[in-house]
Design a protein. Structure first.
Ligand code: ZN
Length: 336
């Protein structure tokens, strides 16, 4: 037993001398000192020794074990410090790290998120609908029958007779009202498409549609909601004006202007010297639209509005060409 203990000890120490990697050191530790290791196995056999030898052997075994553990720890720290010094010889740890640029949301996405969060704060739910839409939802159900002159305003991309790329987000009014009884309070953000391209128009742009239906909803409610929105989006003291307008699906209809954010109302190139900027269209939902979805227009009333997201982004950031948003010039986009 004495011999065996001593033999294992010298074997283990011999092994330690050749170790240069942490992985190998761990393997050796398991081989000798692990729960099923050689040394541990031997210590278990101590019970078989004669009673007079047992105390002496126990003491010897413990000494050897402690000694071995100490030597393992020393080898471990030798390996660690050797590792560090080899790094500092070949690499300069004081060099600055590589620069990884942060990505950003597109300015249009940022404005869209901001619009949505303002209306969510007013209790509106967010709904999304398909970009490829049926003629029925885009026109018919919104009181724009075939051959109605209002279709001319839309420059529609048709896919076939009954299918098209939606020209506005208003179809979501119909889709939502078909599914749900009043009260309804919703906004529908998304892409819309029109065959038009110049300094203020792109073939694809973004709109946010909003509508509210309940008992006794009046034009005053519409003005209140839009005022809060403009104040939060632009400025607490922003001026607001409603001009009579026409949309087939609202009656009465209005276009909404804000006081020019560039010149403060004095008149400039952007507001064409009027001091006002148009930002959205709105109105009270036409009873004909309610008829299409089976709402009782004697009982319920509601308002709807639609705003162009790019338009708001242009006014807010003072951008004079809408096409800049879609040229993907990173120098332009990274400013927002
Ligand atoms: Zn102006």
């Amino acid at each position: 037993m004495d011999e065996e203990l001593k033999r294992l000890k010298s074997e283990a120490i011999e092994g330690l001398r050749n170790i240069i990697q942490e992985k190998d050191l761990e393997e050796l530790r398991v081989k000798y000192l692990g729960r099923k290791g050689l040394f541990t196995g031997l210590m278990r056999n101590l019970g078989k020794a004669s009673p007079e030898d047992r105390p002496r052997l126990g003491k010897l075994a413990n000494e050897i074990k402690q000694d071995l553990e100490k030597q393992f720890t020393e080898t471990q720290s030798k390996i660690s410090s050797a590792g560090l010094s080899s790094v500092s010889e070949s690499e300069d740890l004081s060099l600055p790290g590589r620069y990884i640029p942060f990505g950003k949301l597109h300015p249009v996405t940022q404005i869209m998120n901001e619009v949505c969060s303002i209306f969510e704060g007013l209790g509106f739910a967010v709904a999304e609908g398909p970009d490829v839409e049926l003629d029925f939802y885009n026109f018919e159900a919104l009181n724009i029958p075939k051959h109605h002159p209002a279709r001319d305003m839309h420059d529609t991309f048709y896919i076939d007779e009954s299918l098209l790329l939606r020209t506005h987000t208003s179809p979501m009014q119909i889709r939502a009202m078909e599914k749900q009884e009043p009260p309804l309070r919703m906004i529908a953000p998304g892409k819309v498409y029109r065959c038009d391209s110049d300094i203020t128009h792109t073939p694809m742009f973004h709109q946010v549609e909003g509508f509210l239906v309940d008992k006794k909803v009046s034009f005053a409610d519409l003005k209140g909601v839009l005022s809060v929105f403009c104040q939060k989006m632009f400025d607490e003291k922003i001026a607001l004006r409603f001009r009579p307008s026409f949309f087939p699906f609202t009656e009465p209809s209005a276009e909404v202007d804000i006081g020019c954010v560039i010149c403060g109302g004095d008149g400039c190139r952007v507001c064409k010297q009027t001091g006002w900027l148009e930002i959205l269209g709105a109105g009270m939902i036409d009873p004909e639209v309610f008829k299409m979805v089976g709402y009782d227009s004697e009982l319920y009333s509601g308002f709807a509005f639609g705003l162009g997201v790019e338009r708001i982004a242009m006014l807010k950031y003072g951008i004079d060409d809408i096409r800049l948003f879609y040229e993907n010039d990173i120098r332009f986009l990274s400013q927002f």
